[in-house]
Design a protein around this ligand. Sequence first.
Ligand code: PEP
Ligand code: MN
Length: 338
Amino acid sequence: MIIRFKKGINGETLEEIVKKAKAVNLEAEVIDKGTESIRLVGIKGDTSKIDTNYFLINNIEEVVRITKSYKLVSREYNQKDRIIEINNVKIGGDNSIYMAGPCSVEDNEELMLDIARKVKEKGAQIFRAGSYKPRTNAFSYQGMRKQGLPILKKIKDETGLLIVTEVMDTRRVELVAEYSDIIQVGTRNMQNFELLKEVGKQNKPVLLKRGMSASLSEFLNAAQYIVKEGNKNVMLCLRGVRPTEDGMRNMPDLGAINYLKKESNLPVIFDPSHAAGKRSLVDPHSRQAIAGGADGLIIEVHTDPDNAASDGHQTITPDSFGKIVQYGNKYIETFGRY
Ligand code: PEP
Ligand code: MN
C-alpha cells in the first residue's frame, strides 16, 4: 500500500501514520522525501485485510493498494530507480558499470593481481571472482574458500577495484561480507531463503543471480526477501535459464532485462558468460544487453582462459573485454541509455 500526500506532510502526521500502521501489525516507511516535506509513504506487511480508507486522514491524496506479490521491489511501490553507490561507483539510474575477473579466485596472487590490473585498465570498476565455488561435480575445483579472501582484499587495496564475490552458506555470510563490496548470491541459491535473510541483514549491496529455472516473479520475490530485512541495495542479475538451446549452457534471458526494469526499480545486471556458456557469444550478448538497457555487465575474464581453474570455455581475455567496454561506452555516448 502506498499513501500519497497532496501537500506533503511533516513528522507529526508521519508519526500518526506509523502508529496507525503499528496498531494493525504493519510498518510505515518514507518512500519519497521531497526537499521540504514527505510526499509518499509505503505500508509494509500483509495489507490484504486492511481497507484503504483506514489510512485516510488529513491531507492524504490517495491510498493505493499494490497488487504485486513482490511489492517492496516493485516500480508500483517505488518509481524512482534505486541507485547503489559504493565509493565513487554508482550502479543504476543513468550509470553503466562493468564487473570483470576470473570465475574463481586461483591460488596465484600475482596472476590474480595481473588480471585485476588488466581489467581495470580496460574499464572495469568491479573485480569479480568466487572464492567459494558452487560446482556441479564434487571432484571439480571447489575454490580457495576462506584462503582466497585475503587475495581479494589485496586486489582491492592495490587496484582500488571494488570486489564482488559469492557466498553459499549462512555460516559464512559475515566473513564474505567483510571481504567484499558486493555480496553475490548465485543461481543455485536464489531460493535459499535463510541465506537471503542473512544477506538482507548485512550493510553490503547484494548481486542476486536469477535461479536457472526461476520465473521472473520468483526472482523478484527472492529479491524482496533481502529488502524486507532492511538491505535495499539489491542488483538483479540475469545469467540465463533452462531449458537450453542446443549447444548453449543456458538460454540467454536478454529479453527479461526490459521486463525487470519495468516491474522493478532495482538495477539489472547481465552476465553474458554464464548465460550462453560460450566464449564466442560473450561479445554479441554483451552488446545486446547494453543496447537493451542493462545497468551493467558481469563478465568472466582471464589472461589465459584455456587454463582458468573453472569456466574457461566461457571466459574471454582482457583485450576482448576491452572491446566490449569500448562498444558500450560508444553506444551509450551515441544513443544514450535505453
Ligand atoms: C559465477 O558467477 O561464477 C557463478 C557460479 O554464477 P551462477 O551462480 O550464475 O552460475
Ligand atoms: Mn563461473
